[in-house]
Design a binder for this molecule. Structure first.
Ligand code: ADP
Ligand code: MG
Length: 311
């Protein structure tokens, strides 16, 4: 869906993005992760030409993104940023209706879309439609920002640290919302974050940036199991790698025949959750259940084996 080839951007002779090539497939969530100043925002903004590339190409659905005028291109691509970027003097409904309005949608279609999105994000339309952004909590503003980006049903959604201003609880909720919305709409998403945990939770593929270069682009399990450079390993955090490996796998993968005492763990739970339960309750083995029936057990030895590395 998005083909990025040798894309570069210079600022006053300094390279902010250096010959980045990557493909984002339809319906995928590609997460761009890296430290501050590594070129993530510049890369993202070159896709919708908020920043013009110095060199290289971007193709969307096989077409060079310079074939359309920049403003027309941007109407077809949702864009959400940290701190929501809502227009402060427009109501929630007017904010969400921005792009549909520019596209000349019928009033009734816009109203239905606004109410539908508010409901989808857990905001009662009757209560929230006519509020001003300052009358919303941070989490509500952030949801309206994402709703606005999705309003015209874009095939592509670009998100720059969209959850960066939220506390951990709201952040987890917002991440779950995004995954649910993506699953129901099939929107292709490119999301920028400096948080590797967020990248692992959301990404179907993760692009790791360092000093303007793309140093690794792979599935989360691959990034965790085989970090391509010491830099990527550092980003994963020392000591946390084993936990991340366990967070990527399900209990059913290590379930063996047999029984064990105590409360069962669900087959769909992650190995990380099983390890936490095993350590917390002091049990060497836990029974495993699926849909209410016991299907076997998982041992701490199996968990330790998985934490040590890929099989
Ligand atoms: P990130 O989003 O990963 O923090 P950015 O893409 O914002 O990184 O910035 C990458 C580099 O480009 C940084 O060194 C930054 O200072 C520089 N840069 C970004 N935007 C501009 C600009 N408009 N003018 C000059 N330098 C810029
Ligand atoms: Mg940035």
């Amino acid at each position: 869906m998005i083909e990025i080839r040798a894309l570069s951007r210079l600022y006053a002779g300094r390279t902010a993005v250096d010959r980045v090539s990557m493909d984002v497939e339809r319906g995928e969530i590609a997460v761009v992760v890296g430290t501050s100043g590594s070129g993530k925002t510049t890369l993202l903004r070159m896709i919708n030409r908020l920043v013009e590339p110095s060199a290289g190409t971007v193709r969307i659905d096989g077409r060079d993104h310079r074939d359309l005028p920049a403003h027309a291109l941007r109407r077809g691509i949702g864009y959400a940023i940290q701190g929501h970027g809502l227009f402060p003097h427009r109501t929630v409904a007017e904010n969400i209706a921005t792009v549909p309005g520019l596209l000349g949608w019928e009033r009734s279609r816009i109203d239905a879309r606004v109410d539908g999105l508010l409901a989808q994000f857990g905001l009662d339309p009757a209560e929230f439609r006519d509020r001003m952004p300052r009358e919303l909590s941070g989490g509500q503003q952030q949801r309206v920002g994402v709703a606005r980006a999705l309003a015209a049903e874009p095939a592509i959604l670009l998100m720059d640290e969209p959850f960066g201003a939220l506390d951990p609880v709201l952040r987890a909720k917002a991440q779950a919302d995004l995954l649910a919305i993506q699953a129901s709409t099939g929107t292709t998403i490119v999301l920028v974050t400096h948080d590797m945990d967020e990248a692992i939770r959301l990404g179907s593929r993760i692009a790791v940036m360092d000093a303007g270069r793309l140093v690794q682009y792979a599935r989360p399990a691959e990034i965790v199991a085989r970090p391509a450079a010491p830099f990527v390993e550092a980003l994963l955090g020392p000591g946390e790698r084993a936990f991340r490996l366990l967070a990527l796998a399900r209990v059913e993968e290590e379930t063996e025949p047999g029984t064990a005492p105590g409360t069962p763990v669900a087959a769909e739970a992650t190995l990380r959750e099983a390890l936490a339960e095993s350590l917390w309750s002091g049990r060497e083995a836990l029974p495993v259940s699926r849909g209410g029936s016991l299907i076997g057990r998982i041992t701490r030895a199996a968990l330790a084996r998985r934490a040590a590395g890929p099989r």
